[in-house]
Design a protein around this ligand. Structure first.
Ligand code: AMP
Length: 188
């Protein structure tokens, strides 16, 4: 599998087939959910046998060494759970606000299209010293993954990397997340 990342001195050059597969199976929707947003709908990619296998395999390569995979609500859950199964780790669902019963740890942040809040349980999950890779479908401004990293760090985890299927390079999420290593399977 090939992917792009910045964890080493030389980023790995992305090449087909995974990036091409992602591009060919992404549904591009203009002005959703708000005017000016070019939405990347990865539903067709995840519904495709080859697409899901390629994405999951590439992300599992990136996340190897993690002892917990965190997925962001809600499309991040799909890939994070599949990656965790491949790696033999657990998966931690980072939820949107109001989904989890208290007590919770909470982080507020700003997304490409407005403010948001994410949460994890504040009890019964031991995160101290855990090496966690955060996974989501799309990296835009980086606000969501930054908030997830803050949340996990507050809980005692070591966030070792972020991995996404699609990186929207114009929104500079990678720069916003520095020095956290960011890996993406395709950059547009
Ligand atoms: P951000 O916090 O700005 O990096 O936004 C990333 C989060 O918002 C991810 O959970 C994505 O699913 C979602 N998102 C933001 N922008 C887009 C987009 N243009 N297409 C699809 N999903 C997006």
């Amino acid at each position: 599998m090939s992917f792009q990342g910045d964890s080493g001195a030389t980023p790995v050059t992305s090449a087909p087939p995974v990036a091409a597969l992602i591009a060919s199976l992404t549904r591009e929707v203009a002005d959703f959910p708000e005017p000016g947003v070019q939405f990347k709908d990865l539903t067709p990619l995840f519904a495709d046998r080859d697409g899901m296998a390629a994405v999951t395999g590439a992300l599992a390569d990136i996340a190897s060494g993690a002892d917990l995979v965190a997925g962001i609500d809600s499309r991040g859950f799909l890939v994070a759970a599949a990656v965790a199964t491949r790696l033999g780790t657990g998966v931690l669902a980072i939820r949107k606000t109001g989904k989890l019963p208290p007590p919770v740890l909470t982080e507020n942040y700003t997304r490409e299209y407005g403010p948001a809040t994410i949460e994890i349980p504040a009890e019964r999950i031991e995160l101290s010293g855990r090496r966690v890779v955060v996974i989501d479908d799309v990296l835009a401004t980086g606000g969501t993954i930054a908030a997830a990293a803050r949340l996990l760090t507050r809980a005692g985890a070591e966030v070792t990397a972020a991995a996404v299927v699609v990186e929207l390079t114009a929104l500079a999420g990678r720069e916003a997340l520095a020095p956290l290593p960011v890996h993406s399977l395709s950059r547009v």
